[in-house]
Design a protein around this ligand. Structure first.
Ligand SMILES: [Zn+2]
Length: 327
């Protein structure tokens, strides 16, 4: 029996994924439920989380689990209990921790999913041994996490690391946040698909192979399909990914100017493109870095823990926080 297990829960827009995580960051059991998309009723998602936790507790043996960590794609207040705003979950100032704690016997901590991911990559993945790390998760949007000297930097109000909403193009594409020209409108999975669609609507012959791959149904083209086409050598798909990588490099150069980290870890679904994305990001980064040639340059590497980083990090951070509270 291992008495140091923790449960991590990753809440996305349409699913609740959970896992039992041991002290080495290994996921030893998984559970998953779909949730109604953009459910108007927060208690539906809460009920689903409690179900997943109960199932995993049952497996692990309730007495072995020391904490539960929740990673949510949204703004989580500094108290690590309240989800202030979650664009994909219709949670507004939702006291998630209090609602769940009534129904679960071990301590619960709520965190932003990218904060959880940067912790996981630092403890168990690509950023082991680093002191100043920035995580950038490229999914439908862009998430961010900052870790300095072994501590996740959450900011005064808990909302630090929302890099996706830095403006990179004045008057540019409209963003869900209400502003224009946000970084995530140029360097995310959504941006990749939008650019492919605009090639199609321009009737560009260079997109014909890509269009054939979805049998002419434009709406069926997804980020993962574009990545696969690029891997298979499709030049247009490669160009699209290089363009996303270029915008990634622009934002990273801005972040380096502000924070001067030693390493940028790139995670999230789009990072599955690997070097097809990262090599152009590095090139642009080197070209745009302030003081280039006269300063050390941060590394830019792919995440190692894949799409389980949020779950693993949420669990391990919760275990760490529960121990801190107990001491
Ligand atoms: Zn925005």
């Amino acid at each position: 029996m291992n008495p140091e297990l923790a449960i991590g829960i990753d809440i996305g827009g349409t699913k609740v994924a959970g896992g039992v995580v041991d002290v080495d960051g290994k996921v030893i059991q998984r559970a998953r439920r779909d949730t109604p998309h953009r459910s108007k009723n927060p208690s539906v998602v809460e009920g689903t989380i409690v179900e997943v936790v109960a199932e995993l507790m049952q497996y692990a043996g309730p007495e072995t689990v020391v904490a539960v960590g929740i990673g949510a794609a949204g703004f989580v207040a500094a108290d690590r209990a309240t989800v202030v705003f979650a664009p994909h979950l219709s949670w507004r100032h939702e006291p998630l921790q209090a609602a769940l704690q009534k129904r679960v016997a071990v301590p619960i901590f709520v965190d932003n999913d990218a904060n959880a991911a940067v912790w996981a990559e630092w403890k168990f993945g690509a950023a082991q041994g680093q002191t100043h790390v920035m995580m950038i998760t490229l999914g439908t949007g862009i998430g961010g996490g900052i870790l300095i000297n072994g501590q996740v930097q959450r900011g005064r109000f808990g909302i630090a690391g929302e890099f996706g909403h830095m403006q990179v193009v004045p008057g540019g594409h409209r963003c869900e946040c209400g502003n224009r020209g946000c970084w995530e409108q140029y360097a995310s999975g959504n941006a990749l698909v939008r650019e492919a669609h605009s090639l199609f609507s321009a009737n560009s012959p260079i997109a014909s192979d890509l269009l054939d791959s979805v049998e002419g149904v434009v709406d069926n083209l997804t980020g993962p399909l574009i990545t696969q086409a690029a891997r298979d050598g499709d030049p247009t798909a490669r160009e699209l990914l290089a363009e996303i990588g270029n915008w990634l490099g622009v934002g990273i150069a801005n972040l380096a100017a502000a924070f001067d980290p030693g390493l940028f870890v790139i995670g999230g679904g789009v990072s599955a493109a690997g070097e097809l994305l990262l090599s152009s990001a590095r090139e642009t980064f080197k070209r745009q870095l302030a003081g280039r040639g006269y300063r050390p340059e941060a590394g830019i590497v792919a995440a190692q823990l894949g799409n389980e980083a949020g779950l693993i990090g949420a669990a391990d951070l919760a275990r760490f926080s529960a121990q801190e509270q107990a001491d």
